[in-house]
Design a protein around this ligand. Structure first.
Ligand SMILES: [Mg+2]
Length: 166
């Protein structure tokens, strides 16, 4: 179950992160920042990243992607990158805490997958923010999303959570 739910990545505001005492925001790449077929993050993400910079919050790419896509995108955004980290395994989170020198309880992770991103963050005791996948039309993503939606709906009904502009 995610700690927070956002409709899109750029809805997560620096003000919200500061109120949660977050110093590092780990961020999934595929279907959270941009789509697989896109060569660079959307302009909106660059503008949003700048507002994080101004608030002193470090954005870090945190991806399971194995093809170097994450490090290319990280270079464009000017952020650190951890790739091939195998979420929901927790090793990558500990490594990120070591490299950034920020404790796990001062980190949050934003990602579109309940069973990799959210599960991994929860296991590492990093705050989890589930972001609705950008593209839900691809059949296998649609199926997974339908199931994740069910998990989130149960969470919303019993946990009293709603979509928030965070
Ligand atoms: Mg993803």
């Amino acid at each position: 179950m995610p700690d927070f739910i956002a409709r899109k990545l750029t809805d997560i505001s620096p003000g919200f992160l500061r109120s949660e005492k977050i110093e590092v925001l780990l961020c999934d790449l595929d279907n959270t920042i941009s789509l697989h077929r896109h060569k660079r993050p959307p302009d909106e993400v660059f503008r949003w990243k700048k507002t994080l910079d101004e608030a002193g919050i470090e954005l870090v790419l945190f991806s399971n992607n194995r093809r170097g896509r994450a490090s290319r995108n990280a270079r464009m955004l000017g952020v650190k990158c951890f790739e091939r980290i195998g979420k929901p395994r927790t090793a990558g989170f500990f490594e990120a805490a070591r490299v950034t020198d920020v404790p796990l309880n001062r980190m949050a992770l934003a990602g579109d997958q309940i069973f990799t991103d959210v599960l991994g963050a929860n296991r590492a005791e990093v705050k989890s923010i589930w972001v609705v996948p950008i593209d839900r039309r691809v059949p296998h993503i649609w199926l997974r999303f339908a199931f994740e939606r069910l998990v989130v709906a149960v969470n919303m009904i019993f946990g009293g959570k709603t979509f928030e502009k965070l």
